[in-house]
Design a protein around this ligand. Sequence first.
Ligand SMILES: [Zn+2]
Length: 335
Amino acid sequence: MKDFIAALPKAELHLHIEGSFEPELMFEIAQRNQIEIPYKTIDEVKKAYQFSCLQDFLDIYYAGAGVLIQEKDFYDLAMAYYQKCYENNVIHTEIMFDPQTHTERGIAFETVINGLQKARLDAKEKWGINSLFIMSYLRHLSEESAFETLKQSLPYKDLITSVGLDSSEMGNPPAKFKNVFEASVKEGYIPVAHAGEEGPAEYIWEAIDILKVARIDHGNRCLEDENLVQEIVKRNLALTVCPLSNLELRNTDVMTNHPLKRLLDRDIKATVNSDDPAYFGGYMNANFQAVQEALDLSKEDIITLVKNSFNYSFATDEQKKYYLEKVYEAVADFN
Ligand SMILES: [Zn+2]
């Protein structure tokens, strides 16, 4: 199964570029920018990664992002992730970035987007990887701040496909961002949002009814509400599920209890993703392997998950057709 997973081309739909920041690169960039970080060795950083909830994780995540200053830093960060895509046979990826994590500390929006865009072009050239950008608003900040970010993004609108909503979920329901999502959709951005990761099923209702999302990030807790499950199926909304993240953040106690299989059994279009792989212990193949082993997923299940990732991506219909052919080829070659 491990080889089968590795052999399949995949799409990743839920990945925070700041969450792919490996300790080694963080050290290198901190040194280059002469920024003090509160850890003397890479091992100390790794120890700090042993968090017990979303907020503890976010604290170290923002500390790490604080060393990113120059356009080249964002370029290097993204190229390191694209390299992992190449190694994991990810041929299409939809990358979330948090402008506010950087603009709040005085880094210009254009520095961030230009670094990411250069990496996107180079990754396409070097490895043939296609990618889209999802600009995510930080939900622990105000809607006004999100509006400011929307405004800053407009000169780069052609480079950004979608808007998302991430960071501390509890106490920051989707409804808080109703107006900025409406305005974002008017600008042509496709709306997605994190919902039902730590937050209740009610937040998923808000994401689909108020923010009118095209896809739900996480969404695991929909299983607590039978009407919601039916509604998600009826509206044909996909979930971007992140197994290792769920385990690390204790949203799942042990992987054998992970809801992925139950979601598939309810005909929900689930996908597998790595979320913040540098922090949660693995990229795409590791996520697939962990959940395959724990839930005893069949080859058919894996193929369904991979097909979902392409079908529910924001790629063009033509691209999707090409991707699915690649999947069928890989399956045939493997047998
Ligand atoms: Zn996420």
